[in-house]
Each structure stands twice: as structure tokens, then as C-alpha cells.
Ligand binder design. Structure first.
Ligand code: ACM
Length: 679
């Protein structure tokens, strides 16, 4: 008997069978993410039992003690083995964390994050120069603990590890949609799990001013709908991040993207207003007035206040997407441009950048800005954050600026982990001298806030960001995509165990859409779908800040496991389409499950208006899954394709690529390859 639900489960099993072996082998299975710089394995392993003793023979402080306790708790939860609750100073312990010193009081780019981890059948030793390095080693230890199906153990390995890039960031935009403190904290936990070290907190936007200012209470008071972080909460986040070896770089985007500032402080612009919080997305015409000294006076005081909350030596001051429309329409601004001989609003913006860079410096900060600020008149102590293309990063480096890359790491593009992973911030091919290469500090993943809320955000960030974290940490030569996906599936479970919702979100959202717990058919349907990229959704749905994010597109995952799995199976099958017997049954069962789920999904659509919108995709899935099964039959040589079949099916696949209900199929490229291979 084969029920629809069983078929769904079958397909899921097929989708994960090669990622998670049912019975792991006793030998070391490398699930480390990011991969360490140097790893050698040896025979044997240290059993992880309740007789493990923990020693900190040299330096320790509260931060290290807490990190050790957290790691031991995580290992306890994973293994069920009671943890050691007292930590001694004995070097004879079975787990020794040997640290030279605290490291920097305020973590900088130069913090030493390196560590060595040596595991033998009798002992694990982590050595690091700093507490942050020790934390990186503890993260690796957690990832090393594995089971042979009977017991847990740490395989004998020797690891000598340090990051490739010094700046490995995740930006979260809390301006367009506010994210509560707990959401930020759990994302910091996940960042630490994959050794990211910069949380770039995009705190102000046209749609919201999200940090309390006691000097200028109207900024958040009138610019946030009441959704902002108090200074105490922001300090708590900074402390939470520091406890995990993560710097917090706040961003106050200016002179554009500032409409929320103007609600309480219209005098900051060249036009008296009044202003409201912006609900629409996209580039806004209003901006701060760069000609008035009062603008700089307010910013000076504000930066000083923020410097008491954010100790990081870097301050991100935005600078992107300032069209200058309002400036061109303001007689006094035009007059100012004449006086200063500025021919373009870009030159006026550079004047503004120079002024705010000086203010940042006055408060002990280096300024970071998006790549629009790159201009010959800009001092080279600004850091260029490249979002419009890697070329601006390399141009900046050639002109002596430090820079970080984000253009390939925009999560709202809904690209695959693979695509992000293969984008190297500093490929060997970049035309830079060794000294210029040093100026490329690293990169940042960007989570823009238009289409995420506190329910969906984890599923947009993770697990894809873990793949990018490996790109930023591991050697350039680590590029095996299949192996990355194998390890990413494991890392995603580790991240979920920290309390993140990137896997559970889909089920919860589908249950809400369907109004029932019986969602196995819907899950199978969803496993073939992914969200459309930002632009397609924005244009297709005309979203703004108040649009409910409760459609199928918000439930399903970017780059679901089926995408790579089907691609891999098809690639494998096509190497020997007639004789391959491994991939064929797996693909068959996936296509079968997809075809089988459709009637139950359509029945649920009859009861759910929000689901019903996706009906065209359900109908297409039934046809595409049948096409896949036919292609497998024809490729096996068991049957012959009728005349015209191939053309008709290639056309069906092309039709299925057309935009429809904000969701896309994950498998059209490999299906195309299958059909195309039929004679
Ligand atoms: C940006 O995406 N406007 C930095």
C-alpha cells in the first residue's frame, strides 16, 4: 500500500539518502564547516563519555569559561552524555584548552583567531593565542564529535587553522522590517557556529529608525512605529556578540535612505517636509541636506552618543542610492554647488562623505561606505563596501582603499548556496598586486529586509550563509560543491539545534497556510519549489513595508535540498543513461512523489485562498514529473520516444520557466538535460 503521504516521505528519504548515511562509519566523517586550513587524520578516536575532564591550565577569563560551558552543553545535548560541570586548571585533563591570553579588549581586524586542535585517543588539546581563537577551536570540537551508531567519539585529528579573510560578515537590515532582540541573538549564535566575525547591523532606513537616541529621542520615537532597540538592548547585543568573538558594526545609512530620520527631524533635509515613514520600497528622492552646518552638528552629537554603545573601530555610513533629486530641486543646495564648483550631485555627495568621515574620525572610527562613495576626492582611509560588482572592490584596492565584497552574497537574490559559494572575494585572477590584495579585507552576506519578517528571516539566511562563511574562512582551493552540500546539510542541523528556525519555518508556515497538520503532500510539492528573486517578487506583487509576508513564497526555502540532489542525480545518470542503476530509481521515486502529491495539494488549495494562488504550479508539477519519468524510461532504452515528444517537452519546460505566483521550480535545468538527452 502506498499512500500519498508515504510517497512524500519516500521522496524525502531519497532526497537525503546520500547526504546523511543511515549508519555512519566508525571512521572520521568530515562534516567540518568551514573546512580548516590544515587537517590531518590519524587512527583511533577519543570516546566521548562522562569521564571526559576539562582543564584550562593557563589563561582563562569569564568569556572563555562561558564559551567552554556553552560548547560542553551543546555536546551534551548532541550526545546525551553528561557534561563535566567543573573545569580545573589541570593540563592532565582529557580536554585541555590552552590559551595564551585574553586577546584584544575591543576586537579588531587584527584579532588573532587562529588555533590548533589535536585529538588523540587519549586527549584533545586546543591551543590558541587568544580567547577568540579558542572559541573558533571549540566550534570545531563540537563539529568533530560524531557517532558510529553506538557511541560518540572525537576522531584523532590534527588541525592547524586560521581564517583566509579578516572580515567575515553578515549584514541584517532591521530598517525595513524590525527584528526582535532574540532573532538577532540566535543569528549571532549561528554566525559563531560557522566562524563569522562581523555583524553589520543596518539600523536606519527610509522605512524605520531602529535605535534609541537619548539626545534626539524623536529619531526612533517618530521614525520607527515604536519598533526600535533601546540603548540597553543594543549594548546587550554588542556584549552577546563579543562573547562569541563577533564584532558589531552599526550602519547609519546616509545621506539617502534617511526618510525615517526626517519624520522627527525634518530640518535635516533641504525641504521642510513634513515627512512620514516610508512604506514603499526602492530608491527614495529625499536625503539629508549636505549644505547645512546644523546637519553635521546633529550627526556629530549622534555619532558621539552611538560610540558609547558600539565600541567597534568601524562605523558604516551607507552612502548608497542617493539620486540627488531633492538637492537639484532645492535652490539653496544648487547655490551651494555653484559656490563650491560641484558639477554633479555625486561631487556634492563626496563633500558630504568627507565631512562625515571627519566626524567618524573625531569619534575614533573608521568610516565604511557602500561603493557609491568611491570618488577621487575621497580620502583613502574610507573602506569601500562593494555591492554593485567585484570590480569596484578591485578598483578601490588599486587606488589604495581597503574594501569588502557583498555583491555576490545578496540573499534576497534567492540564489543557490552553490552560486554564492563559488564567488570568491579575491580570486587568483583578480588583477591586483600582493600589496593591493592585502587591502581586500573579506566579505559580507547581506540580508535585506524588504521580504523577511521575524518568522521567515532564519530560513532566508541559513543554511546558505554557512556556505559563504566557508568561502570567507577556508583556503581558496576548497571548492567541491557536492562536498559542500553534504556538509551543509549537517551544519544546518547543528544550526537548528541552536534554536534557529530555518528548517522548521517551512512546516509551520505550510500548516498555517493549509489550516491543518496534514501537510505531507504540501511538503512534497514545496520540495520542488523555491522563492523568486527579490526583483521578480517586488514587481510581481508590488510589495511595500505593510504587505503581509504570508504567501507560499514566504513558506518555502531558498535552495531546498532537492535542487542540488536532483541536479547531482541527473548528472550522474547522464554519464551512462542506459546502464546507470543507482540514480534512476532515486529520480523515479522523486518524480513519482511529485506527481502523486498534486491531487492532495489541489484539494488543500480548494480550502485555502492563499494556497489556491499557486494552483498553476501544482498543475505544471504534475506534467513535469510525468515528463521526467518518461525521459527516464526512454533513456533506459526500455521504450522509444514518439515523434515530436522531445520538442513538446522542451517547450513544456520553457513554459514552466515563466514567472508565475512568485515561486519557481528547482529542477528545470536538470529536467531539460534529461529530456534533451533522449534520442
Ligand atoms: C544597497 O544594496 N543599496 C547597498
Amino acid at each position: 500500500m502506498k499512500t500519498l503521504a508515504a510517497a512524500g516521505i519516500l521522496a524525502m528519504a531519497a532526497l537525503t539518502s546520500s547526504t546523511l548515511p543511515l549508519h555512519a562509519q566508525a571512521a572520521f566523517v568530515n562534516t567540518l564547516m568551514p573546512q580548516p586550513a590544515h587537517l590531518t587524520t590519524a587512527a583511533g578516536s577519543l570516546p566521548w563519555t562522562d569521564s571526559i575532564t576539562v582543564g584550562v591550565p593557563r589563561f582563562h577569563d569569564q568569556r572563555l569559561d562561558d564559551a567552554i560551558a556553552r560548547t560542553l552543553e551543546q555536546i551534551e545535548r548532541k550526545t546525551g552524555v553528561h557534561r563535566q560541570r567543573s573545569i580545573s586548571t589541570s593540563g592532565d585533563s582529557t580536554l585541555v584548552i590552552d590559551v595564551d591570553g585574553a586577546g584584544e579588549a575591543i576586537q579588531s581586524l587584527d584579532e588573532n583567531e587562529s588555533y590548533t586542535l589535536t585529538a588523540t585517543p587519549s586527549k584533545v588539546t586546543i591551543h590558541a593565542a587568544t580567547v577568540v581563537g579558542a572559541m573558533r577551536g571549540l566550534t570545531t570540537l563540537l563539529q568533530l564529535v560524531q557517532t558510529d551508531g553506538h557511541t560518540f567519539f572525537v576522531p584523532a585529528v590534527s588541525i592547524d587553522d586560521s581564517p583566509r579573510f579578516r572580515w567575515r560578515g553578515l549584514m541584517i537590515d532591521v530598517g525595513r522590517h524590525f527584528e526582535p532582540v532574540d532573532v538577532i541573538k540566535r543569528n549571532l549564535d549561528a554566525m559563531a557556529a560557522v566562524k563569522l566575525n562581523v555583524f553589520h547591523w543596518h539600523l536606519t532606513e527610509d522605512q524605520g529608525f531602529r535605535i534609541e537616541s537619548k539626545l534626539f529621542p524623536k529619531l526612533a520615537g517618530e521614525g520607527s512605529d515604536g519598533l526600535y532597540y533601546t540603548q540597553d538592548q543594543a549594548r546587550e547585543i554588542v556584549a552577546y556578540a563579543r562573547a562569541r568573538g563577533i564584532r558589531v558594526v552599526p550602519e547609519f545609512d546616509m545621506p539617502g535612505h534617511t526618510r525615517a530620520w526626517l519624520v522627527g527631524h525634518p530640518e535635516l533635509s533641504s525641504d521642510p517636509g513634513p515627512y512620514t515613514i516610508r512604506r514603499e520600497f526602492g530608491v527614495e528622492e529625499v536625503a539629508m541636506d549636505p549644505t547645512k552646518e546644523s546637519t553635521y552638528q546633529l550627526l556629530d552629537a549622534f555619532f558621539g552618543e552611538m560610540a558609547t554603545i558600539f565600541p567597534d573601530p568601524y562605523l558604516h555610513l551607507g552612502g548608497d542610492e542617493t539620486p540627488g533629486t531633492q538637492w537639484k530641486n532645492s535652490p539653496h543646495v544648487v547655490e551651494f554647488m555653484h559656490e563650491h564648483n560641484f558639477k554633479t550631485t555625486e561631487e556634492l555627495q563626496t563633500y558630504f562623505s568627507q565631512r562625515v568621515l571627519e566626524l567618524a574620525k573625531k569619534h575614533g572610527k573608521h568610516m565604511v561606505g557602500w561603493d557609491e562613495i568611491l570618488n577621487p576626492a575621497l580620502p583613502t582611509d574610507a573602506i569601500i563596501h562593494s555591492w554593485r560588482g567585484a570590480q569596484s572592490l578591485y578598483d578601490a584596492a588599486q587606488r589604495g582603499y581597503q574594501g569588502i565584497l557583498s555583491q555576490p552574497y545578496y540573499l534576497d537574490g534567492m540564489k543557490s548556496a552553490e552560486e554564492h559559494y563559488l564567488a570568491d572575494p579575491l580570486p587568483a585572477s583578480a588583477n591586483l598586486t600582493p600589496a593591493q590584495r592585502q587591502l581586500v579585507l573579506g566579505g559580507e552576506v547581506c540580508m535585506w529586509g524588504e521580504h523577511v519578517n521575524q518568522l521567515s528571516i532564519d530560513s532566508r539566511i541559513w543554511p546558505r550563509t554557512a556556505a559563504v562563511a566557508e568561502r570567507f574562512w577556508s583556503p581558496e582551493s576548497v571548492t567541491d560543491v557536492d562536498d559542500m552540500y553534504r556538509r551543509l546539510a549537517v551544519e544546518s542541523l547543528r544550526i537548528e539545534a541552536l534554536g534557529l528556525t530555518q528548517i522548521t519555518h517551512e512546516g509551520a508556515a505550510l500548516r498555517e497556510l493549509a489550516g491543518t497538520e496534514e501537510i505531507s503532500a504540501l511538503r512534497t510539492f514545496s520540495s520542488a519549489l523555491q522563492p523568486v528573486p527579490f526583483g521578480e517578487r517586488y514587481r510581481g506583487q508590488h510589495t511595500d513595508q505593510l504587505t503581509p509576508l504570508d504567501n507560499l513564497v514566504d513558506a518555502i526555502r531558498p535552495d531546498p535540498p532537492s535542487r542540488h540532489q536532483v541536479a547531482m542525480l541527473v548528472r550522474d545518470l547522464l554519464k551512462s543513461p542506459k546502464t546507470n542503476t543507482a540514480a534512476r530509481p532515486q529520480l523515479k521515486s522523486i518524480f513519482q512523489a511529485w506527481a502523486d502529491c498534486v491531487p492532495a495539494v489541489e484539494a488543500q488549495m480548494n480550502r485555502s485562498p492563499l494556497l489556491a494562488e499557486a494552483r498553476p504550479r501544482a498543475q505544471q508539477l504534475a506534467g513535469l514529473a510525468r515528463t521526467g519519468q518518461q525521459a527516464l524510461d526512454y533513456l533506459s532504452g526500455a521504450k522509444k520516444a514518439p515523434a515530436g515528444w522531445k520538442q513538446a517537452k522542451l517547450a513544456e519546460i520553457e513554459e514552466a520557466r515563466k514567472p508565475q505566483v512568485l515561486v519557481r521550480f528547482t529542477f528545470l535545468d536538470p529536467l531539460h538535460d534529461l529530456v534533451n538527452a533522449v534520442q
